[in-house]
Structure formats: C-alpha cells, structure tokens
Design a protein around this ligand. Structure first.
Ligand SMILES: Nc1ncnc2c1ncn2[C@@H]1O[C@H](COP(=O)(O)OP(=O)(O)OP(=O)(O)O)[C@@H](O)[C@H]1O
Length: 592
C-alpha cells in the first residue's frame, strides 16, 4: 500500500489541516471573533433593556450603546467573509490535489488494474467522491469548530455570567437530542454510502453505453441500456433522498428540544424574578442566547451528515489512491539508441488463465532487420508484443532491448523507443494531423504529410472536406477501420522510435496498400539503420520479406526461418501460404 494517503478520513483531514494550518488557524480565529460577538450582542441587549427599564440609559449614552451594537453587526459580517475565503480556499486545494493524484496514480497502473476497474466507476470517484471528501474538509470542519465553540461560549455565558440555575433548566432536554442525533446519523451514513455506490454504477453504465454507441444502436439495445441507466439513476437519487429525509428529521429534534428548553427557562426565570434573584434584562438575554443554540444543534447534524458522506467517499477513493502501481518505474537507463532485441526463454501466464500463454520463447532481432510473428488465432502473438511493451511482466525469462533488461529502462525511455500500432488503434478526438503528430508534437506539416504519404493515407485525406484538419470524432468514429489503422501507422512512421511493432495493423488494407506501407517501413530502416520492425500478421504476404519469420502455436515457437525455408519445411506456414495464395487467386477470379 502506498503510504502517501492515510487509510481513514480522519487521518487524511488531520494531515491536510496540519499542512494548511495557517489558513485553518486564520479561519478559526475569525470564527472565534464571530462567536464572541454573537454572545456579546444578546448580553448587550439585556443591559440596554435593564438600562431602559430603570431609566438609567437615556440620550447620547443610549445611542452610543446602539452604535456599539451596529458596529458589532458589521464586524460579524466582515469576519464571515474572511473565514470563508481562508477555509474554502484550502478545502478546494484538497479536491484539486486528490483529482490530480488520482489521475497520476491511474497512469502508473497496468492492464491488470484496468481489467478489474471500470472507467465509469473511476469517473464517479474523480467527481462525486472527491466532492464528498472536499466538503468534509471545508464545510464540515467549519461547522464542527464553530458549532462546538458557539455551544461552549453560549453555555458558559448562560451558566457563569447570567444564572447557573437557568442554565441547568435549559439543559434538561439535551440527552433526548443527543440520542436522536445518534439514531439519525447512522441512517444518514447508510443512505449516503448507498447513494455514492449507485452513482458509481450509473456512471459506469453511461460510460459503457456511450463508448459503444454504434454497437448498442446496431443491436437494438438502446432501450435496454436506457432502462439500466434509469434504474441506477433512480436508485442513486432514491438513496440520496433517503439521506435527505433522515437529515430533515434533525430540524424537528432541534425544534422540540429548544422549545422544551425555552419553556423550562421561562418557568425557572419567572420564579427567580419573583424571588428578586434575576432581572427582566437578564431573562431577555438568556432567551436570546437560547436562540444562539440553534446553530450549534444544526451544525452537529450537518457535520455528522457531511462527515458520513466524506467517509463513504474516502472508503471508495483510498484503495485506489493507496494501491501500489502495477508497473514500477525504477529503471534509470535512457535513451534507447538502437533496436536490438533479445528474448531468452520467455514464459508468461495470465492470472486468469490456467495454462501458460507463452513458453520458452527465444528471439534475436538486430537493428535494420524485420521479424514477422505468425500463427493461429489465440496463439499468443499480441501477448508477446504486450510483454515487449512492458504492459505485462514475464513470469519467466528475460527481454533485453539495446543490451539492457526492460525494467532497467525508464518507462518514458521505453515508450519513446517503441512505436506500437495495435490491432484497434486509438485515435483522440482531434484533427487527423494532431493524431499523426501525437508522438512528435513539434513535427512540421511537411513531415506529417510525408508520413501520411508513406502510410498510403494522403489520398484519402485530401478527399476529406477539411483535409488534414478534419476532426476525427471520439475514438476516430468518422474514419473507416482501414483509415484509422493507417493514421496509426503514419504516427509510427513519424515517431523517432527505433523499434516499431505492428500488431495485425495491416488487416484492414488491401494487399497493394500493404505492400506500399511495408516498402515505406523498409525504406525507413535503410535510412535509419538503428531501427527494426516486428510485424504480427495473419496475412502471410506481409511476412514474406521478413529477415526471420516465427510461427507461434499454443504459445510455443514451432517453426522459424525465412519464407523460402519455411515453405521448404512444409509445416503450418507452408500450408497456410498455399491456402492464402489460393484464396487470393479465387478473389482475383483466376482459377488455379
Ligand atoms: N488480458 C488477458 N487476460 C487473460 N487472458 C488473456 C488476456 N489477453 C489475452 N488472453 C488470452 O491469451 C491467449 C493469447 O491471446 P493473444 O491475444 O496473445 O493471441 P493472438 O495470437 O494475438 O490472437 P489473435 O491472432 O486472435 O489476435 C488467448 O487464449 C487469450 O484468451
């Protein structure tokens, strides 16, 4: 577990408040000033009432007292603005820090993590759950401090300054209120936890439906997806409303308790006035002070509710923020100079699989050369590339690039050294130009165009209304599958990476285009002899010119050699080649 973040909300808030002690201290001082003034005002009113009743307060002295009251009111206003700026300024920083760290942490996680976490849930964490923790560090801290302080000050003034017997009478209903608060806060916590969990489900549902919008429509699943979304939205809303309903019960509990306290105070006060032990002004001040207790009572309920929400949010956030990165970046070597690849006795087993996906793989790829990996579907070809990219760690054996094991390289250096074109390339929702220049933001338009030409994409692009400036839509929806593949190939051609990995990346182009692209890649190796190419392909025509072809079957290399050698061997490769040649000639209408 990553120790940067404490496991509990209490721990997090303590650490954060200590870190921002000046802002919190300033807010606390201003709140104390407000509480003192708010307690002083009723006692001042009491003094004025007594002065008026005894005719001792008249003329300028009376107006002076009124001015003091007005001054105190203005001061309260100014201090209220001050604490808000200090406190909320700090609590927003917590929200911001949590969001940034969440994003950074997600960047350190590998595929295994994302196999168990869903994007929608992670979005809900970054929005709703962070909000809940932020509010707990701002509003809740304010209400807890201010409520407690006001309560203590008001009680002390009632008991010590006015009359302790009145104070005792006013306290009689308080045990009932404490019991009600405890009951209500338990229910509020349950309801908020449920609401946040259901909100996560709702976000996940929305993310899933929107990212697969074409499939959803094509399969006529829109109504079903909408119903699922509605179900989670309703469940989340219902749980939030349940929490609000329980929170609403605070008000009657406070109202009943304060009414009972007022009745007890008036009864006891009348008795004390009759005995000549209390003045009318003192009773007035006391009753006004009772009013000051409303805020601490509400604050108690509010604080409990906000902290419960914050706790529910933190319970979901902390495991993600504290999770160890699944891809350790402890290497120091950089940059990779040349694409020399050595794989020795490589084994790999996916956690969820019983059998090894790769077993005893040995490969040698020298700069300037091309390796082709072929084999039946599910034989482990893409897995091999994922291990080269360090998306997964081998369970046995070693992979060396430019003479060093992969973990010795800085992750950034490794990413910069390998241009990977996956089976389904990802395009960002920006222009085609930007998508091609992703790995080289400084590339000129001429270079981008040259890469597009080499990837046999240029002619397609000039036919688009906006040309290279065409925005490709989310995930590149406005381009065909073959165009998306060629944008990704142009991206690889433009990058400085010495090692290029094509994972069945020519499957959506015709054989003529495939040949042009392979020729461009060969030309690149000729111009930059430090570069090498690994091509995973089902179509053997893409492997013919490779310096070495390996056949993977059930995770093992069963055949290896050049095209001519493998044809002579008469194994899987030779059979597939004959079959694919026959298929191609039938498509061309040339019966053999
Ligand atoms: N993330 C994963 N978790 C568990 N098993 C996986 C995962 N990815 C792939 N596999 C399994 O590993 C095996 C090899 O898959 P891989 O994608 O490497 O095959 P491939 O040769 O590239 O297949 P294709 O030619 O169809 O793309 C398959 O049995 C697959 O089910």
């Amino acid at each position: 577990m990553n120790p940067t973040f404490p496991a509990t909300l209490g721990g997090l808030l303590r650490a954060f408040i200590w870190q921002h002690r000046i802002a919190y201290g300033g807010a606390a001082l201003m709140l104390t000033g407000i509480s003192l003034l708010l307690v002083w005002i009723p006692t001042q009113v009491g003094r004025i009432v007594d002065g008026l009743m005894t005719h001792q307060l008249t003329g300028p002295a009376f107006y002076r007292q009124l001015m003091w009251l007005a001054g105190a009111g203005l001061m309260v206003y100014a201090l209220r603005v001050g604490w808000r700026l200090a406190l909320f300024g700090a609590s927003y920083r917590l929200g911001q820090r949590l969001r940034v760290q969440l994003f950074e942490r997600l960047g350190l996680q590998g595929p295994l993590f994302f196999q168990t976490q869903r994007a929608g849930d992670l979005m809900a964490l970054a929005t709703n759950d962070v909000d809940a923790v932020e509010t707990a560090s701002g509003d809740a801290m304010l209400a807890a401090f201010d409520g407690t302080q006001t309560l203590l000050l008001v009680m002390a003034t009632m008991v010590l300054v006015i009359d302790w017997r009145l104070g005792l009478a006013a306290l009689l209903p308080f045990p009932f209120m404490a019991w009600s608060f405890w009951r209500i806060s338990t229910r509020v916590h349950e309801a908020w936890s449920q609401s946040l969990a259901d909100f996560g489900h709702m976000s996940r549902q929305a993310q899933q439906s929107l990212s697969a919008v074409r499939t959803v429509r094509a399969m006529g699943l829109a109504a079903q997806e909408q119903a699922a979304f509605k179900r989670w939205a309703e469940a989340s809303g219902e749980a939030a409303f349940r929490a609000q309903r329980w929170e609403a019960a605070y008000e009657p509990a406070v109202g009943i308790s304060l009414s009972a306290a007022t009745v007890a105070t008036l009864g006891c006060g009348a008795w004390l006035i009759a005995r000549g032990e209390l003045s009318v002004g003192q009773l007035t001040a006391f009753v006004l002070l009772l009013d000051r207790l409303i805020w601490p009572m509400f604050a108690a309920g509010w604080v409990l509710s906000l902290l419960e929400r914050g706790r529910a949010g933190w319970t979901r956030l902390a495991p993600i923020l504290r999770a160890e990165p699944s891809r350790l970046d402890q290497g120091t070597a950089a940059p990779v100079q040349q694409a020399r690849l050595q794989v020795r006795d490589l084994h790999f087993v996916y956690d969820s699989q019983q059998r090894a996906t790769l077993q005893g793989i040995d490969l040698d790829l020298r700069p300037g050369r091309m390796l082709a990996v072929v084999g039946p579907t599910g034989s482990g070809k893409s897995t091999l590339l994922r291990l080269l990219l360090r998306q997964w760690e081998p369970t046995g054996g070693t992979i060396e690039l430019d003479g060093r094991p992969l973990p010795d390289w800085r992750c950034r250096a490794l990413s910069a050294a390998i241009a990977w074109v996956p089976q389904e390339p990802f395009l960002f929702s920006s222009s085609v130009s930007d998508n091609i220049a992703l790995a080289r933001a400084d590339a000129s338009q001429a270079l981008i165009q040259a890469a597009a030409q080499a990837a046999a994409l240029h002619d397609d692009l000039v036919r688009l209304a906006q040309g290279y400036a065409t925005v490709v839509g989310e995930k590149g929806v406005s381009l065909s599958g073959g165009q998306r593949q060629r944008v990704a190939i142009a991206r690889a051609l433009l990058s400085d990476a010495p090692l290029t990995l094509l994972d069945d990346a020519l499957s959506a182009v015709d054989t003529g285009t495939e040949a042009r692209i392979l020729e461009a890649l060969r030309e690149r190796r000729r111009q930059r002899p430090t570069c090498a190419l690994v091509v995973v392909t089902h179509r053997l025509s893409a492997a013919v010119d490779a310096d070495e072809i390996v056949v993977l079957r059930d995770g093992r290399i069963t055949e290896r050699g050049t095209h001519t050698e493998l044809i002579a061997l008469g194994g899987w490769y030779a059979t597939q080649w004959r079959y694919q040649q026959l298929e191609a000639s039938l498509e061309d209408g040339e019966p053999t």
